[in-house]
Design a protein around this ligand. Structure first.
Ligand code: F6R
Length: 609
C-alpha cells in the first residue's frame, strides 16, 4: 500500500523517480506525486490524482529537474483521493516527505503541532510526520537527528524518505513495519519500497530492518538501528533483472503471470530437490518437524485459500491436526498456547501487515516454531520467522495473485509430504512416486492452458452476469473459493463459493436461470457426491458450467462443459483446476474492460491493517 522512491544523484532524478513509481504502482494507484530540490534550492512539486502516467505528463517541463528527489504512489487510507492529500507533503517549504504506512497516534500529535502554529493542508496522517520533523529541526538544525527524534514519537507503521532544502546532498529514510530498501549506485544512492523500483538503476541493495534510520548521500550510506547504534547493513546483489519485471509482449501482468506458471512451478520444484528433505525449510527444520504435533496456518486472501488446501493434505498425509486462520482474525483471537505447534505463514509479498502481526503474536504466545512460505527473499516475514522457504514464482506484479498461489500450493504439498515422512507416514516408494508425479505439473499446466479459447467463450457469457456461484468439495472447495475471489476482484462480478455439500443449506435458494454455477467435478472419490449437486442445480434451471475430466449423462444437460486433463493424481487436482478459473476471470475482466492489473480500490501489498 503506497510506494515510495527517491534518491540523491549526479543526474536528474525526475525520470528515475517516475520510472520507479510506475514500477511501484501495483502498491497503490489512486494518486501520485514527486518533489525535487531544484537549482535554486527550492522544493518543486507535481502531484496528480490518478496514475503515474498522468504525473509523467506534467513533469515534462525542462525546468522541473533536480539531483535530489522523492516520489510517491498512493493508496488512500486517511483522507480521500485529492491533490492536497497526495504526497510528498511539505513543512514550511523546507522539508519534504513521502510515507508508506499508517500513523496511529497522528491525532494528538496534530493537535500539539497546531498549537505550535503549524498549518495542516491535508487530511492525512502523514502530514504530522513532516511537521513534527520540522518542529525538531528548527532547534537542532540536523535532519538525521530530527528524523530519529520524530520517529520515536510515532506509533504505527512507516517507511519514509525525507529531504531538506538546507542540504540537497543528503536524504534521510526510516522504517518500522513497512518495507524499505536502499539502492547503491556509483555516485548516487536511492531508497524505495522494493527492489523492482530500482532495477533500472541498480541491483545492489541494502535491506533496512524495523527501527532503522538511514542517511544517504551520493558517496554512501549510514544506518542507525532501533537503539540508535550505528550498524553496518550489508549490501546484497539482487538476482532480479529488469526484464523479469516487464510485460515482454503480454498485454497484462496477470496474463503473463498465468502463462509463467509452468516455468514458476518448474523452478520451485527444482529448488526443492529430488526427495522430501527437511533441510530445504532451514537448518533446524528436522528437529522442529519431529517435535510438533499440530500445524497452524495463517494467511490472507489468496494465500489463505492455499492454506485451506494444505489443511486437507497435512491432515491426510501427515496425520497432524491443522488449523487455518485468516491473519486479521488470528491476531486478535485467543488460540490455545501449544508450543508444539508449527506456525506456517503464507504470503506472496512477505509484507502483509496482518500476517506479520499474527506471526509476532504467535511468538508472544510462546509458539516460536514459525515457518514462512514466501515469494520475496529478505521480506519482513522471512526475516521474522525461524524457518523459511521461498516460492520461486519470480516477481508477481498483477494485483490478482496467480503464480504465487500455485507455487505456494507446490511448496505446501511438499511440506505435507515432508511432515508425513518425518512422522513415519510415508514409505520411500510412495515418496518417490509423489515426487515423480509432482514433476509432471509443469507439463500438465501447459496442457491445461490450452483450454484458453473455451474460457474466452464462457467469459463472453459472464459479461452481463451480476452474480456467480462456485462449488467444489474437499481440496477443490478452496479452489472454488479462489476462483470466486479472482472473478470478483478483477471483473467486479459478485461471486460466492460454497463447499458443494452446503448447497442445500441455503445457497440453493439463489439458483434460477440467471445464476451461473461453476462446478468443479473431477472424477475422484467425491465425484458422485458432486454429481448429485450438479443435478440439484439443473433441476432448478441453474446454468451449469462444469469443469470435469469425466463424460456421462449429466454433462449433456450442463450449459458448458470444460474437459479437464485426465488421470491426474488426486493431490495435484487443486493446482490444475486453478488454471481455468484464472483464465476465466482474466478473460471476463477483458470482456468487461476493467483494469485487470490494477482493479479498483485494491493494492497488491496490504501493508496496513
Ligand atoms: C488476491 C490477492 C490478495 C492477496 C492478499 C495476501 O488475488 O492477491 O488476496 O493474496 O492480499 O497477500 P500476500 O500473499 O502478499 O500476503
Amino acid at each position: 500500500m503506497c510506494g515510495v522512491v527517491g534518491g540523491v544523484s549526479e543526474r536528474n532524478m525526475v525520470p528515475i523517480i517516475l520510472e520507479g513509481l510506475s514500477r511501484l504502482e501495483y502498491r497503490g494507484y489512486d494518486s501520485a506525486g514527486i518533489t525535487v530540490i531544484g537549482s535554486s534550492n527550492k522544493l518543486a512539486r507535481q502531484r496528480v490524482t490518478g496514475r503515474v502516467e498522468e504525473l509523467a505528463k506534467i513533469c515534462g517541463n525542462e525546468n522541473f529537474r533536480g539531483l535530489c528527489g522523492i516520489g510517491h504512489t498512493r493508496w488512500a487510507t486517511h483522507g480521500g483521493v485529492t491533490i492536497d492529500n497526495a504526497h510528498p507533503h511539505f513543512s514550511n517549504d523546507k522539508i519534504a516527505l513521502v510515507h508508506n504506512g499508517i500513523i496511529e497516534n497522528y491525532a494528538p500529535i496534530r493537535e500539539e503541532l497546531k498549537a505550535k502554529g503549524y498549518e495542516f493542508k491535508s487530511e492525512t496522517d502523514t502530514e504530522v510526520i513532516v511537521h513534527l520533523i520540522h518542529s525538531l529541526y528548527v532547534t537542532n538544525k540536523n535532519l538525521l537527528l530530527s528524523v530519529k527524534e520524530a520517529t520515536k514519537q510515532l506509533h504505527g507503521a512507516y517507511a519514509i524518505g525525507v529531504m531538506c532544502v538546507d542540504n540537497p546532498d543528503e536524504m534521510v529514510c526510516a522504517r518500522l513495519g513497512a518495507p524499505l530498501i536502499l539502492g547503491l549506485g556509483i555516485g548516487e544512492m536511492f531508497f524505495a519500497s522494493d527492489i523492482s523500483a530500482l532495477l533500472p538503476v541498480t541491483q545492489k541493495v541494502v535491506y533496512l530492518e524495523d527501527g532503522d534510520v538511514a542517511i544517504i548521500t551520493r558517496a554512501g550510506y549510514k544506518v542507525y538501528d532501533a537503539h540508535d547504534k550505528e550498524i553496518f547493513r550489508k549490501p546484497n546483489i539482487s538476482e532480479l533483472s529488469v526484464t523479469q519485471t516487464e510485460l515482454n509482449g503480454y498485454r497484462h501482468y496477470m496474463q503473463k503471470e498465468i502463462f509463467e506458471q509452468p516455468d514458476a512451478i518448474a523452478q520451485t520444484l527444482q529448488s526443492l530437490g529430488n526427495s522430501f528433505n527437511t533441510n530445504v525449510f532451514g537448518r533446524d527444520a528436522g528437529k522442529i518437524f519431529k517435535q510438533i504435533d499440530q500445524v497452524q496456518i495463517i494467511a490472507c486472501g489468496t494465500s489463505y485459500n492455499a492454506g485451506m488446501v494444505a489443511k486437507y493434505w497435512i491432515e491426510d498425509f501427515a496425520g497432524l491436526e491443522c488449523r487455518v486462520d485468516i491473519a486479521s482474525e488470528y491476531r486478535y483471537s485467543k488460540p490455545p498456547k501449544r508450543p508444539n505447534t508449527l506456525i506456517v505463514s503464507l504470503s506472496q509479498s512477505g509484507e502483509t501487515a496482518d500476517t506479520l502481526a499474527s506471526v509476532k503474536y504467535a511468538h508472544e504466545l510462546g509458539m516460536t516454531n514459525t515457518l514462512a512460505i514466501c515469494n520475496v527473499a529478505e521480506s519482513s516475514l522471512t526475516r521474522l520467522s525461524k524457518l523459511s522457504i521461498l516460492t520461486q514464482a519470480g516477481p508477481e506484479i498483477g494485483v490478482a495473485s496467480t503464480k504465487a498461489f500455485t507455487t505456494q500450493l507446490v511448496v505446501l504439498l511438499y511440506l505435507a509430504n515432508t511432515l508425513a515422512m518425518t512422522k513415519g507416514h510415508l514409505t520411500s516408494n510412495d515418496a518417490e512416486a509423489r515426487i515423480r508425479q509432482m514433476r509432471c505439473l509443469p507439463q500438465l499446466i501447459i496442457d491445461t492452458l490450452k483450454l484458453e479459447e473455451q474460457l474466452k467463450l464462457i467469459a463472453k457469457e459472464m459479461e452481463y452476469k451480476q452474480h456467480a456461484l462456485f462449488l467444489g468439495r474437499n481440496t477443490l472447495y478452496p479452489i472454488a473459493v479462489e476462483g470466486s475471489l479472482k472473478l470478483k476482484e478483477i471483473s467486479y462480478i459478485h461471486a460466492e463459493a460454497y463447499a458443494a455439500g452446503e448447497l442445500k443449506h441455503g445457497p440453493l435458494a439463489l439458483i434460477d436461470k440467471e445464476m451461473p454455477a461453476i462446478i468443479l467435478m473431477p472424477g475422484n472419490l467425491l465425484h458422485d457426491k458432486v454429481k448429485s449437486n450438479v443435478q440439484e442445480v439443473l433441476a432448478r434451471q441453474g446454468v451449469v458450467y462444469l469443469f470435469t475430466d469425466t463424460e456421462e449423462d449429466v454433462t449433456a444437460k450442463c450449459h458448458r462443459v470444460v474437459k479437464m486433463p485426465e488421470n491426474i493424481a488426486e493431490y495435484l487436482l487443486p493446482i490444475i483446476y486453478t488454471i481455468p478459473l484464472q483464465l476465466l476471470s482474466y478473460h471476463t475482466a477483458i470482456t468487461k474492460g476493467t483494469d485487470v492489473d490494477k482493479p479498483r480500490n485494491l493494492a497488491k501489498s496490504v501493508t496496513v491493517e
